[in-house]
Ligand binder design. Structure first.
Ligand code: HEC
Length: 94
């Protein structure tokens, strides 16, 4: 039973990564890293997004997007980038 659970979890995790992998182009990733350095890192260090639970992280992103005065399209790009980072698809913006 335990084995089956681990197997299912593995398959699901692999499927979700595969489904969302091509989400960001190289160009978008470069733009998102620049955005992070310019907008977020001016106030504080890089807080490791994977240290937060999903709802906690989304709440911080909402609060911090307002603090950074991000335009809607900038917030969208940075949110997608950091979600991809949380999923292990892109490297950190440092
Ligand atoms: C104007 C300054 C400022 C900007 C810009 C800013 N932050 Fe923050 N950030 C703060 C401060 C101050 C805190 C301390 C917690 C609070 O605001 O309640 C914080 C807290 C955080 C935390 C939680 C840290 C903890 O204690 O666990 C995260 C995550 C975070 N910021 C991410 C970001 C991201 C991502 C961006 C860019 C979109 C950003 N911040 C932009 C000032 C800023």
């Amino acid at each position: 039973m335990r084995c089956l659970f681990v197997l299912c979890w593995g398959v699901l995790a692999a499927a979700s990564v595969a489904a969302s992998a091509p989400d960001l182009s190289e160009k978008e990733q470069t733009a998102a890293r620049k955005l992070y350095v310019a907008k977020c890192a001016k106030c504080h260090r890089f807080y490791e997004p994977t240290n937060y639970t999903e709802p906690n992280w989304q709440a911080w992103m909402g609060k911090m997007s307002r603090k950074s005065k991000l335009k809607p399209e900038q917030e969208n790009l940075l949110t997608r980038f950091l979600n991809a980072y949380r999923a292990g698809q892109v490297s950190a913006p440092r």
